[in-house]
Ligand binder design. Structure first.
Ligand code: UTP
Length: 291
């Protein structure tokens, strides 16, 4: 029997240097895609996958994230008194249940691996999900949902995989595949961090969603700094793969890296073009702008 994935970690303590100056005072995870913070989309993905508890690893200057997931009594009262029912619904619709969030601080941005390790006491001894909040993954089946479904059959650790240009493997954590278990579900035999194209075992990279066994925390505890002088999650996964099975779920949707300026613009257009509530002909309005 596999243990259910109940908790998800959202590492939101990074400095967002690729998006300065916007991120000088506003966390990049709170930049809006259409009319909601990027982070909200990723929390919704986790909800759709059955996640019950949302763990945010925050840092200095990130307090508005906590406020976003809380009730704003003053705002609610004002909206109510002005009969702004729709606006009121929009602020309350996304609220997690009381007690379903935890916030812990990564005191210094020492890397993604370190941020995940900061959640160890809140997660405890159970498998959990990690979602990179700046990666918006758009598909009719939410990425984490496909991974949770795969996990129910395989157990172990499950990673989201996407294909990159074979010439670009040196920018990613690349996996070596074993057997195919289901159409898009594969065993992972090994991982290589940023291999040269000639040495890459495939062109499939680890793309921003993880289901991990709690053993990862002991490895993160002793993990030395790696690329960028940061404590990297991938480095500990490279050690975990020796003792614990890993599986990959190939994601067939579109991923937007909203931590980059181009990815952020693309996400706004991709999500915006579906929003006929903003304008009845939003697609043609956007197309006219792009002509
Ligand atoms: P990134 O590397 O994309 O975020 O990490 P960053 O470091 O903020 O970005 P740049 O390169 O300076 O622009 C992916 C996710 O991991 C979090 C980030 O907040 C982001 O959501 N992260 C990263 C942490 O929580 N702590 C860290 O030490 C590093």
């Amino acid at each position: 029997m596999t243990k259910t994935i109940r908790k998800a970690v959202f590492p939101v303590a990074g400095l967002g240097t690729r998006f300065l100056p916007a991120t000088k005072a506003v966390p990049k995870e709170m930049l809006t895609v259409v009319d909601r913070p990027a982070l909200q989309y990723v929390v919704d993905e986790a909800k759709a996958a059955g996640i019950e508890h949302f763990v945010f690893v925050t840092g200095r200057g990130k307090a508005i994230i906590e406020d976003h997931f809380d009730i704003n009594f003053e705002l609610n009262a004002t909206l109510e008194s002005r009969n702004k029912t729709e606006a009121l619904e929009s602020v309350n619709r996304d609220l997690p249940k009381a007690g379903a969030t935890s916030f812990t601080r990564q005191q210094a941005p020492l890397g993604l691996g370190h941020a995940v390790w900061c959640a160890r006491d809140i997660i405890g001894d159970e498998p959990f999900a990690v979602l990179l909040p700046d990666m918006l993954m758009k598909h009719h089946t939410p990425c984490l949902k496909s991974m949770v479904d795969a996990y129910a059959k395989t157990g172990g650790n499950v990673l989201s995989l996407e294909a990159c240009d074979p010439a670009q493997t040196s920018s990613y954590g690349i996996v070596a595949l074993g057997d195919t278990l289901d159409e898009d579900v594969h065993q992972i035999k090994g991982m290589v961090e940023k291999p040269k194209p000639a040495e890459a075992p495939s062109n499939l990279f680890i793309s921003g969603r993880y289901i991990l066994q709690p053993e990862i925390f002991d490895l993160l505890e002793t993990q030395e700094r790696g690329a960028g002088n940061e404590i990297q999650l991938t480095d500990s996964m490279l050690r975990l793969v020796e003792t614990s099975p890993f599986y990959g779920v190939r994601f067939r949707g579109t991923t937007f890296d909203t931590g980059t300026k181009l990815g952020f613009l693309q996400a706004n257009i991709a999500y915006g073009q579906e929003r006929t509530d903003i304008h009845p002909n939003i697609k043609s309005e956007l197309a006219a702008l792009l002509r």
